[in-house]
Design a protein. Structure first.
Length: 428
């Protein structure tokens, strides 16, 4: 088992480059199943979730060729397998996009139950509701090899209202509806940058999707989608994580290769706290300067353009380094505070105020003296928060279970070192 060993206490300074977005890549890679020729995808992050998705596609009959460090040629035209029971499927959440893509292209899919980071219940009822509205029948099998199968004789456009905003359901329904007969409308759709990225990719292939990035997405089905060359957007959450790390360590650094608009929910909170954030539009970069004192604030997570739930654990650490008492409310996931006990090992003053599901919140008292600790990553973003915590502490800390972190952060050691961090990856 590998772990990170971090000796913190230094302000992060310098420059760091942001990679392509994980949550775009893991949807756009399976979306190549819908094309009638090969696709070339650029700016693909080097993370384990992407490699897992490539392995799954290869086992299904696709060819995947790496053209350079971040560019891949994917030919999914030879895929014949629609029963996707490879063990890797159960290792990642985004394998649910195989359902939408296979349903859209082959009208049938039988996929092992998706796995991924576990923080409480992660239902997919809205995905299934969408598939059903398009004319598909589905069944969910429980047990050891739990799986979901969807089948349709015809896919016909439909009006689909979602009572909860869901990124995955919005994107999966887009995949299934893009070649359906007639028009599909998704109401109360998710507006995350990766929803827009997938729509742009599909439109470039010949799809007719309007309104992505708003809460009403209209998809007019087309007969064929052709292969394209497409570059994935920069990762909003990776950028936000480095911005937060720089701020928490009272550093000053330039975060490069970003889309400033995507970072507004994060930047505006940093500014509220008294941290200086400036955007250089010519260079697609953002500078964070937290050399001076900064102050606690209240944070409520919400679907985009609200404050991202995937930045919630990292902000807990930032609030622990701020002056005063901060509050964090998690309103997207029912249970995303399991990592708190790990951060508490550093002496952080965090208390969970229990009210009722989805109303629990954290009280974080800033400015406490912290000590090095042995922490265990409980999921991807919690792991990132533990790295930031360790970087703030003038003693050695270790973080184990780093497989979670490597699912979604490209070249984490090199990037933190480019900011002056003392971080090593060692085999235990
Ligand atoms: N929900 C339902 N029914 C559904 C689907 C979702 O009730 O059918 C609920 C969930 O329980 C949750 C809320 O809707 O309360 C939002 O879930 P969503 O479907 O938006 O999440 P997701 O698509 O499964 C993606 C990201 C997550 C990120 C969420 C929210 C991917 C692969 N994952 O998950 O990213 O937290 O959106 O923004 O895109 C991460 O990157 O660390 C990560 C967990």
């Amino acid at each position: 088992m590998s772990k990170f060993v971090i000796k913190g206490g230094k302000s992060l300074c310098g420059e760091v480059n942001i990679s392509g977005a994980k949550n775009s890549a893991v949807a756009i890679i399976p979306a190549t199943i819908l094309a009638n020729s090969f696709c070339i995808l650029e700016n693909i992050p080097n993370i384990s979730d992407v490699h897992t998705m490539f392995q799954i596609l290869k086992q299904m009959g696709a060819t995947v060729e790496q053209l350079d460090a971040t560019t891949y040629k994917i030919d999914a035209t030879k895929i014949t397998v629609t029963d996707v029971f490879f063990p890797q499927v159960g290792n990642m959440r985004a394998s649910y996009y195989l359902l939408g893509a296979l349903l859209g292209q082959k009208h049938t899919a039988n996929v092992l139950m998706p796995g991924g980071c576990e923080f409480g219940e992660r239902p997919i009822n809205l995905h299934l509701k969408g598939f059903k509205a398009l004319g598909a029948e589905y069944s969910v099998l429980g047990g050891l090899n739990a799986s979901i199968s969807v089948n349709a004789k015809r896919l016909v456009g439909s009006y689909i209202y979602m009572d909860v905003v869901s990124v995955g359901a919005t994107m999966n329904i887009m995949l299934a509806a893009v070649k359906a007969e007639g028009t599909t409308v998704i109401e109360n759709a998710a507006r995350e940058p990766h929803v827009v990225d997938l729509a742009n990719f599909l439109n470039m292939m010949g799809a007719n999707i309007k309104g992505a990035g708003t809460s009403t997405v209209k998809i007019t089905g087309v007969k064929e989608l052709h292969g394209v060359t497409y570059s994935i957007i920069p990762d909003q959450i990776e950028a936000g994580t480095y911005m937060t790390a720089v701020a928490a360590t009272h550093g000053k650094a330039v975060i490069k290769n970003i889309i400033p608009k995507h970072l507004e929910p994060i930047s505006s909170k940093l500014v509220d706290m008294g941290i200086k954030v400036s955007v250089n539009y010519d260079e697609d970069s953002i500078t964070v300067n937290a050399i001076e004192k900064f102050y606690a604030c209240d944070v409520i997570t919400a679907p985009h353009p609200g404050f991202p739930t995937d930045m919630q654990p990292q902000f807990v650490v930032l609030l622990a380094m701020a002056e005063g008492t901060g509050i964090i409310r998690e309103q997207v996931w029912e249970s995303r505070f399991q990592y708190v006990s790990e951060l508490q090992k550093t002496g952080m003053d965090i208390t969970i105020q229990s009210v009722k599901k989805k109303d629990d919140f954290l009280l974080i008292q800033g400015g406490k003296k912290l000590n090095g600790a042995e922490m265990t990553a409980t999921d991807l973003r919690a792991g990132a928060a533990m790295i930031i915590a360790a970087l703030c502490i003038d003693e050695e800390s270790t973080i184990s279970n780093i497989k979670f972190i490597e699912r979604g952060y490209d070249d984490v050691i090199k990037k933190f070192r480019s900011l002056g961090a003392d971080i090593q990856r060692i085999e235990d």
